[in-house]
Design a protein around this ligand. Structure first.
Ligand code: NAD
Ligand code: DAU
Length: 355
């Protein structure tokens, strides 16, 4: 029988994927209470959640996943029966210039959440409990021209970001093996869609095309990523939470491989059409720049376990997803202006004050 949570704790729910997940999950599970614990770093924005903020089943807590007593208080006080851990430092380039915060947030933060979850689960306060770790295909390292990452592919992280995510995944495994903790671990490919912070490839390109600024493409632009719409990722996580086998890893991907340069061309051409610019104009902004150090060449996910065991498949075609995403950015330029200027902090102060 499927697990139906009554009260979930979502960490990092003000970020790109966390907020899309909360918006989806609250619509699909109107009787479930959702507590969003987020530190509101540069990547967290409560404006992503205006659709749920007045819902009596929603509560926002500004706080750090490394704050054990705070986490323990929420778990017990709200009788949480599922913890979904999205919060992270998520940007590879930032991990190259400043790895320490990645280890603190991604590794230590996960260990603290696991430990507080273990105590809460063992206290017997709630009848059933699940801990779900949201992770990434980057833990597997890089593929050559062919092949796919399966759940059995050995971990071979290459950036400080992916190393911190791999470390966290191993802690999740350890809590399952050592304590029998009811854990689940998802590993997803590159997401795209609304509320994506404009430091990441697709929203950065949209933003720079609109401003007629250079489009920085790393190296030869031939690195490959497997793109999945964030709504499909949200549904996949809900599916794993409710029907996944405990202790198991689930790869999630779009079966949608693109070389970076082809994505950049596509976004340029679609925007030229939508903006009424001359065909090919935006491609003229492309600037090849120095490669990212340790840049993984190719990611591609084998999502066979999700499909065969849990019946999940992506619903978006890339054609539809990228078109809708570009339209979303065109309609939400104030959102981009706010996150690039830090203006969304004022929104927080107005809504919640300093608590
Ligand atoms: P994001 O950077 O957009 O959001 C991260 C959120 O975590 C922000 O709201 C931030 O304020 C919050 N946060 C950071 N440190 C915190 C702390 N110490 N305590 C509480 N909250 C904190 O990230 P995202 O792209 O939404 O990624 C979410 C998760 O999904 C991450 O774990 C990431 O590794 C994973 N993931 C991302 C992708 C992708 O393509 N973006 C793909 C696969 C997996
Ligand atoms: O694969 C999942 C991962 O996808 C997640 O775990 C990460 O949190 C998420 O940030 C993302 O990592 P990537 O490094 O793949 O995403 P990013 O958008 O930074 O880069 C995508 C590709 O585009 C990558 O090959 C680097 C390249 N790139 C990126 C930027 C920002 C450029 O060529 N130019 C750019 O300006």
């Amino acid at each position: 029988m499927a697990f139906q949570p009554k009260a979930v704790l979502v960490t990092g729910g003000a970020g790109f994927i966390g907020s899309n997940f909360i918006n989806h999950f609250m619509a699909a599970n109107p009787d479930c209470r959702v507590v969003n614990l987020d530190l509101l770093t540069y990547a967290g924005n409560l404006k992503n959640l205006t659709g749920v903020e007045k819902n009596p089943n929603y509560r926002f807590v500004k706080g750090d996943v490394c704050d054990g007593p705070l986490v323990a208080g929420i778990l017990a006080g709200e009788r949480i029966d599922a913890l979904l851990h999205f919060a992270a430092e998520s940007h590879v380039d930032r991990s190259i210039t400043g790895p320490e915060i990645f280890v603190r947030t991604n590794v230590l933060g996960t260990q603290i959440l696991l430990e507080e979850s273990r105590r809460h689960w063992q206290s017997g306060l709630v009848a059933g409990f699940r801990y779900l770790q949201v992770s990434t295909d980057e833990v597997y390292g890089s593929l050559g021209e062919t092949g796919f990452f399966t759940e059995e592919t050995p971990l071979a992280a290459n950036s400080p970001y992916s190393a911190s995510k791999a470390g966290a995944d191993l802690l999740v495994r350890a809590y399952f093996e050592t304590f029998g903790m009811p854990t689940l671990n998802t590993r997803c490919s590159n997401n795209y869609g609304p509320y994506h912070f404009p430091e990441k490839l697709i929203p950065l390109m949209i933003h720079n095309i609109l401003a007629k600024r250079p489009l920085p493409v790393y190296g030869d632009g031939r690195n490959v990523r497997d793109w999945l719409h964030v709504k499909d990722h949200s549904i996949a996580i809900e599916t794993v939470l409710k029907t996944g086998r405990l202790g198991r890893v689930y790869n999630i991907g779009g079966n949608n491989e693109w070389q970076n340069i082809d994505i950049v061309h596509l976004v340029c051409d679609l925007l030229d059409k939508k903006l009424g610019r001359t065909a090919g104009e935006s491609r003229g902004l492309i600037t090849f720049v120095k490669d990212r150090p340790g840049h993984d060449r190719r990611y591609a996910i084998d999502a066979g376990r999700m499909r065969n065991e849990l019946g999940w498949e992506p619903s978006y075609t890339f054609e539809r997803g990228i078109d809708e995403t570009i339209d979303w950015y065109l309609a939400n330029q104030q959102w981009v202006a706010d996150v690039t200027s830090g203006g969304y902090r004022e929104y927080y102060e107005k809504q919640y004050g300093d608590r």
